[in-house]
Design a protein around this ligand. Sequence first.
Ligand code: F6P
Length: 327
Amino acid sequence: MVDRPAVSDKIAIMTSGGDAAGMNPAVKSAVDHCRRMGAQPYLVEWGLRGMIEGWIKPATEESMYGIIHKGGTALGSSRSKRFFKLEFRKQAYENLEKLGISKLIVIGGDGSFGALHQFHCDFGVPFSGIPATIDNDIAGTDYCLGVDTALNMIRSSVDSIRDTASSFSRAFVVETMGRDCGYLAMTSALATGAEVCLVPEIPYDLDSIGERLRAERDAGKKYLLGIVAEGTGMGESLTRWMNDALDMDARLTVLGHVQRGGSPTVYDRIMAFKFGVAAVENLLAGETNKVVTFKDGAIYSRCIGEIAEVKHHCASDLINSCRHLSL
Ligand code: F6P
């Protein structure tokens, strides 16, 4: 990294939308890098709601103590509907203006980036985005903070379920989060050796799954694991189907918000460090409306248009690796 002359920018950092492990190390990384570069870091509490309410304060050394290993977001988050209204965005702008804050870093998903893009159109405040959502469904980036921690949570839960499934010779269906994206379900199905995986990205055929599973049972398989993405809405019906069509005692486990918690993994902390540094660098280089992304092993910055206006697709090799689990 090159030495830069001190700058006097005041940069406010916030977390927004669904919390994700990795948000805390990303806040710390951005704060630390602001200080290294001579900029003044500020913290917005409770995301967009905090901008409207004026819950903004200078980042102190103390506020960064003991957060790097914590899940969730120490700053708090929100999904603010009021921010859609110009009058509340104006209030948020006045709060920033009062403190002399001229730049923003938002750690969150594409909805939060879109909100700050609108804010930039209204008032000209540049922002830099850091992708963070367990869903891993943001266009233009292979990775979003929180995904590795969520996958490890799911892996550990499914490993435990396997213990009880094998003890009773039962079928278990596990529903993962991810909204309309099957990334968590597909990756977990491969990592846990599940027999079935239903995701929005892959058409499924219960008749052919039934034939395959009956043959596997005849060959000696004693229990079954199915992973279902919440976006399919198939958790309950797959469980009922396993019970009725396969004549197996079947149970459903909806993992829910447990997937969002937990101490960030080493991978999430390192990615958070890199994303935090890159977000600050973007703003100090005079960039506006850029989102930090990770593509083919390298960090890039992309314009908000390439993120917000492009539909996300899971990598085709992941989808292809899971097709046999839907047939
Ligand atoms: O976007 C993250 C996510 O956890 C999704 O996977 C899930 O559908 C949603 O948020 C749950 O939202 P909430 O926390 O508001 O219930």
